[in-house]
Design a protein around this ligand. Structure first.
Ligand SMILES: Nc1nc2c(ncn2[C@@H]2O[C@H](COP(=O)(O)OP(=O)(O)OP(=O)(O)O)[C@@H](O)[C@H]2O)c(=O)[nH]1
Ligand SMILES: [Mg+2]
Length: 320
């Protein structure tokens, strides 16, 4: 048997926010149906003919799983005689797990030299501000004192949007007026956080196109503000990507990583897309830790990324 042992869940997976996982199963429905719908059965033996393999290959590529992982899946299946000993879904899971396990590295907040700064960056509309709201709640539930910085001074109403999340979570939001210098807002917020013994400061930033040089230069400036405040500042640069943008998400991640260096990824809107396979492309091409995934708009819809849970949800109910 291909005894794939389930990876042990981490403590945070066991929290209420992460169990059980009907939200994850629901969230991955479109991607799951797109790749596997009607193709396999756990209960019936199937013959893995070339037709099935070609169909699966097409579907994996359509879901943005990427060449590397797709090739591995198909090769693994083709080389194996499928009988009662080997279920194709187990063979697929083996490959998918080997791709995603290396990027399963949960965010670890260092509270030795506070505040710990989480700088949230990404292109327009990917879900940065919403992710900040959800993340603030999660960190508070872990017992951390959290503050927010309204570093998106560009978009009208961005400050108010963050303030609403501040009220929901009952935490302070440091803000200046619309049009103020984003770096200055974040510097002030760092100072305020230190004075108030805050553990984690989460800074919002304006959405910016990864291929616009002036906007990326501004982001470098914002990044350097942290060093000006404290050269030993502990921080996480968190890039938010919209799973629905498929291959474009990969281009964004490459560009942001080249410009300021990305410590972790959040892949949002997995619930609204059939292109959730992009997580495999991101993992195999960039190898940047995936910290969280977003599977809905509600405050509890941000989940710590767990490779095994993700793949289980992707392969769920294939015998229906
Ligand atoms: N379905 C779904 N919607 C999401 C998710 N994450 C964010 N959204 C929605 O995406 C939209 C944009 O989210 P924002 O948080 O404003 O995105 P942003 O990156 O801050 O946008 P800008 O500040 O304009 O660059 C909102 O309607 C959110 O509710 C998710 O995981 N699933
Ligand atoms: Mg925003």
């Amino acid at each position: 048997m291909f005894g794939l042992k389930r990876k042990k869940s981490t403590e945070s997976d066991k929290s209420d926010q992460n169990s059980p996982s009907p939200r994850l199963n629901d969230g991955l429905k479109r991607t799951r149906t797109g790749i596997f719908g009607g193709l396999f059965s756990r209960t019936k033996k199937i013959k893995l003919g070339e037709d099935t393999l070609t169909e699966l290959e097409d579907r994996l590529l359509m879901a943005d799983v990427g060449m590397q992982t797709t090739d591995q899946v198909i090769t693994n299946l083709r080389g194996t005689k499928v009988d009662s000993e080997a279920n194709p879904l187990d063979l697929i899971k083996e490959v998918l797990l080997s791709t995603l396990t290396p990027v399963e590295q949960p965010l670890s907040v260092n509270t030795e030299n506070t505040p710990y700064l989480i700088l949230v960056v990404g292109v327009n509309g990917v879900g940065k501000t919403t992710t900040i709201g959800k993340l603030a709640k999660r960190l508070q539930n872990e017992g951390k004192k959290v503050m927010l910085a309204a570093g998106d001074t560009f978009r009208a109403a961005a400050i108010e949007q963050l303030q609403v999340w501040g009220e929901r979570n009952d935490i302070k939001v440091v803000a200046q007026s619309h049009g103020a210098d984003s770096g200055a807002v974040i510097f002030d917020a760092l100072a305020s956080a230190r004075a108030n013994n805050i553990d984690v400061l989460i800074a919002d930033t304006a959405g910016r196109l990864h291929n616009k040089d002036n906007l990326m230069d501004e982001m470098k400036k914002i990044y350097r503000i942290g060093n000006k405040f404290d050269e030993n500042l502990q921080r996480e640069v968190l890039l938010v990507l919209d799973a629905g943008t498929g291959q474009n998400a990969l281009a964004q991640a490459k560009q942001f990583n080249d410009v300021i260096g990305i410590d972790g990824l959040v892949l949002t809107k997995l619930d609204g897309t059939a292109k959730g396979g992009i997580i495999f492309s991101l993992a195999s091409e960039l190898n940047i830790p995936v910290r969280f995934i977003g599977v809905g708009e509600q405050i509890d819809d941000l989940r710590v990324f767990n490779a095994s849970d993700f793949i289980d949800a992707l392969l769920e109910n294939q015998n229906e």
